[in-house]
Design a protein around this ligand. Structure first.
Ligand SMILES: [Zn+2]
Ligand SMILES: [Zn+2]
Length: 143
């Protein structure tokens, strides 16, 4: 039965709009590429760039993965280009788990400073993927 106009107006919409996903069309080959790139991303960790700890050091994506995925959708990156961007080590900052959590915490966290992350390698990465606007919001000048 079709809902009347009144029912349509008063009934809350239950169904969320289907999430539009970028379907990059993975194949066996690109899955293998993803595996290799991820392995390279976590290889040979260095001490935490923030506090110097060597405990539980992880690679922080300075340009967040969701920014890169949004770019990939907008510019219709191929799967390979997307994967290479996601796991590009120019965009990696080694941080310990504690400093990493602090950076991503909604409240009471300690954000990683712009001066710490802005290496020449990162500049090249941000240029290549047009990510400066988002970067400037996340890591404001003077931070
Ligand atoms: Zn640390
Ligand atoms: Zn992170």
């Amino acid at each position: 039965m079709r809902a009347t106009a009144l029912q349509r107006r008063t009934t809350p919409r239950r169904r969320a709009a289907p999430r539009r996903r970028h379907d990059p069309g993975y194949t066996g080959e690109t899955r293998e590429l993803a595996r290799v790139l991820r392995a390279a991303w976590i290889a040979d960790p260095e001490p935490c760039a923030v506090c110097g700890s060597t405990l539980r050091v992880q690679g922080h994506h300075v340009a967040e993965k969701q920014w890169i995925k949004a770019l990939a959708r907008a510019f219709e990156y191929s799967v390979e280009r997307l994967l290479r961007a996601l796991w590009d080590t120019r965009n990696r900052l080694w941080v310990c788990e504690r400093c990493h959590m602090g950076h991503h915490a909604f409240e009471g966290g300690r954000r990683i400073s712009r001066t710490l992350v802005l290496t020449p390698a990162l500049v090249a990465f941000l240029d290549e993927h047009v990510l400066w606007a988002r970067f400037d919001r996340a890591y404001p000048e003077g931070s």
